[in-house]
Design a protein around this ligand. Sequence first.
Ligand SMILES: O=C(O)[C@H](O)C(=O)CO
Ligand code: MG
Length: 252
Amino acid sequence: MPRFSANLGFLWAELPLPQAIRAAAKAGFDAVECHWPFDHDPGAVRAALTEAGLPMLGLNTLRGKPGENGLSALPGREAEARAEIDRALDYAAATGCGAVHVMAGFAQGADAASTFNDNLRYACERAADRRIVILIEPLNHHDAPGYFLRDATQAAGIIAALDRPNLRLMFDCYHLQIMQGDLTRRLRDLLPIIGHIQFAAVPDRGAPDHGELDYRHIFAAIDAMGWDRPLGAEYKPGGATEPTLGWMKTLR
Ligand SMILES: O=C(O)[C@H](O)C(=O)CO
Ligand SMILES: [Mg+2]
């Protein structure tokens, strides 16, 4: 039976993070994850997680200046990228969060590729002694045109080349349906390197109860593969979150 993680970057995004954590617990989620929680006191976040009895599965490195979408593949920006990796790892350690998504940024070409690899090696080393997983996530070219990491094939190549036990793929069904499709086979083939799975309707990124993907099929297939960790609900509710949660009953 699938279990679910509320992505608090989108769900209950209007609430301070500790309150959003409590709202997710009340709604029946099994875990939470967030985008950029750094303005919230990590002590208060950890206390809310403990009170709610939920783990925090992941958070992202900060994106950089306005208009940027991560720094780790940007040649010449290594010092800033690593400072953001350190900040994210410190916050993850302080809140007991299990994974950090290292955001690549808008860049292309060989220099970007080697910069991303070097920064990922740094992140994996710094994360290892804290038992934190480093995630990389392809983003679709409509929402993030020019983003360095475009699809799962490219991400799998990076993970194989770097060969670090704590480097994994964030498999976001929304982005990968847009970029590559064939999700059932792709999930099965990539399962050994997947660190987290996220979902939303395609193409509007709404609740997973409409659109071109049938999540009844996808979640049953993921279940049959033996995946039992919570799946990340990273969709835009377009208003209050509670009225959009009907899918939790039908997809469970
Ligand atoms: O947008 C997404 O899908 C990512 O998961 C994210 O956290 C920020 O881009
Ligand atoms: Mg995602």
